[in-house]
Ligand binder design. Structure first.
Ligand code: G4P
Length: 541
């Protein structure tokens, strides 16, 4: 590998995730991006995912389809000269910490919004995580083929609800059945689409005409043209100026309009997005930035997925390459275990099949066969020079005490809980105080409780009961003067400990949390777990 080759491969890569609320059209848009990326055969796997959503809300049914969700966790396709990695963020019923963590492997995010519904709760949560990371956030307003809210109103909502300003890169012409196309502001070109009888299965026919040409009068009606001129003038006068720096810093969201279903606006979005989205960024390791251009290979694990065949406890660890080149069969230093490991059976997630890969570059994600040696946040590298800052753990919102229904199988239950928490299915907390107390499980999506119960029983033979607790916030508490005693159970809060021994307080509601924050200004209440280095919590890294 030459330095040039590495530079070229980094420059052509884009790694991103789509964030949205269920039903906004993520599956449809994914399908269409793949269609435009020439990977049409992938549509099948995406469709199967959609089918399962409609089939049933029964979790076990979902798991039967898991083979599909494993392979569609990361989709790679080539568009123009770009190698694009689209990371799937579990949404729907399987909303879990995974959804958040996947964002740690993305360099940018596409926020998908249903034009009729605007900003919805799940989008808000995911947006916050992207904001924290400071990655560029692009907005795609979907379903313009139906009547929705006015574009200006949506821009306003983004600002009011999310606190982010947006810059429409293009502007819709018409809405609902009258949705004709989009006007691209920078090139001053109008793209008019026609479906020609296709229902979105194939790329849409497109005619592109400059707004300044005479020809435009043959493409748009005078009324359409007048309305467009008026709206663009409003934007030019009242809107933000576009700067690349603000976009890169995640302060200004480039906005696009379209319909994933009819493909209207998909191509203009993809083109502009790939031009503007950043190439893979480095990651911090012990306070220093590890740049992608560093020739030595390094990567980190951000997600672990179990093999659903109970006969095989093996798992797949998803690793994002941060620097250098990964070559098949190579060994790497596993910094948490302090030893060299062989990165076994790597696969990349092209098409519906997992494909064995020969090499991978910064921004790429590879799936490693995991006999149980990886944890989320682990660093793997050539040489022993890096240890990435880890993947954050987020504050769960649902809590339950886990009781073993069969005392003789308590050990199995504990083992299962440990492994499932390594995978990130749940977070496990210990209750403080005298005597052996049952652990508390915390999750970010309530369905994860069903997952936990089912998997403990089927994979570990441990039947459990879950007693739901009335808490909705968990905060890691940091401060020398913190005394668990003073926070002990008062009905609306309880102190627990996480797997690293860090204390947390569980709060019943916003009020209880606010009360504690006001009463204890000397303490910090963190919604994200502090990093632990050498057994000590490190804040602000
Ligand atoms: P999700 O993954 O974000 O949950 O959304 P998904 O793509 O499954 O889309 C949710 C519903 O919205 C689907 O309808 C889908 O067809 C529809 N949809 C997606 N994009 C558009 C769009 O641009 N315009 C319109 N009008 N609809 C769109 P469904 O009836 O639930 O499913 P299906 O029977 O169409 O598959």
């Amino acid at each position: 590998m030459t330095a040039n080759e590495l530079e070229r491969e980094v420059a052509r890569r884009r790694t991103f995730a789509i964030i949205s609320h269920p039903d906004a059209g993520k599956t449809t848009l994914t399908e269409k991006l793949l269609l435009y990326g020439g990977a049409i055969h992938l549509a099948g796997s995406v469709k199967a995912k959609r089918a399962r959503r409609h089939a049933t809300s029964d979790w076990m049914e979902l798991e039967k389809e898991r083979g599909i969700s494993v392979t569609s966790s990361v989709l790679q396709f080539v568009y123009r000269d770009h190698a694009v990695n689209l990371l799937d963020t579990p949404g729907h019923q399987d909303f879990s910490e995974d959804t958040y963590r996947t964002l740690s492997a993305a360099d940018s995010a596409v926020m998908l919004i249903d034009a009729a519904k605007g900003v919805e709760p799940q989008t808000k949560k995911l947006f916050k995580v992207c904001r924290m990371r400071g990655i560029p956030i692009f907005t795609f307003v979907n379903k313009l083929d139906r009547f929705g809210r006015e574009p200006l109103e949506l821009m306003n909502e983004l600002e009011q609800v999310l606190g982010i300003r947006s810059y429409p890169m293009n502007w819709p012409i018409g809405m609902g059945p009258e949705f004709r196309g989009v006007y691209e502001r920078q090139s001053r070109v109008v793209h008019v689409f026609s479906s020609e009888g296709s229902h979105g299965e194939s790329e849409v026919a497109e005619r592109s005409v400059s707004i300044d040409s005479d020809e435009i009068h043959t493409v748009l009606t005078e009324a359409e043209l007048a309305k467009l001129h008026e709206e663009i003038e409003l934007l030019d006068i009242g809107g933000d100026e576009f700067t690349r720096a603000k976009c890169d810093a995640g302060q200004l969201s480039p906005m696009f309009f379209g319909s994933a279903m009819t493909n209207f606006g998909v191509r203009p979005f993809l083109d502009a997005f790939l031009d503007l989205a950043p190439a893979p960024a480095g990651r911090t390791s012990r306070g220093d930035m590890r740049e992608p251009s560093n020739p030595k290979f390094a990567g980190f694990v951000f997600k672990i997925q179990a093999n659903m065949d109970p006969a095989h406890r093996d798992r797949i660890a998803f690793m994002r390459v941060v620097s250098g080149r990964y070559v098949k069969g190579m060994n790497a230093y596993h910094s948490r275990l302090g030893k060299e490991v062989r990165l076994a059976k790597p696969s990349q997630f092209l098409a519906a099949e997992r494909t064995a890969i020969e090499d991978a570059w910064p921004g790429d994600v590879i799936g490693l066969f995991d006999p149980g040696q990886y944890r989320i946040g682990d660093t793997l590298s050539e040489g022993n020079e890096v240890e990435f800052d880890g993947v954050p753990r987020f504050s769960p919102e649902y809590f339950a005490v886990v009781r073993s229904k069969d005392p003789l199988r308590r050990k199995q239950m504990e083992k299962g809980l440990e492994q499932l928490s390594e995978e990130g299915t749940v977070q496990i907390f210990q209750q403080l105080g005298m005597g052996m107390k049952d652990p508390i499980a915390g999750v970010v999506g309530a369905l994860q409780f069903e997952v936990l119960q089912y998997r403990l029983e089927h994979e570990y033979g441990a039947r459990i009961a879950l007693d739901r607790l009335p808490f909705s916030h968990a905060r890691w508490v940091v401060g020398a003067s913190f005394e668990a005693k003073s926070f002990d159970w008062e009905g609306n809060r309880q102190t627990v400990q996480d797997r690293d021994g860090l204390p947390l307080v569980l709060f019943r509601d916003d009020w209880a949390l606010q009360h504690a924050e006001e009463k204890h200004p000397e303490l910090k209440f963190l919604s994200e777990a502090p990093m632990v280095r050498g057994g000590v919590a490190v804040i602000g890294s």
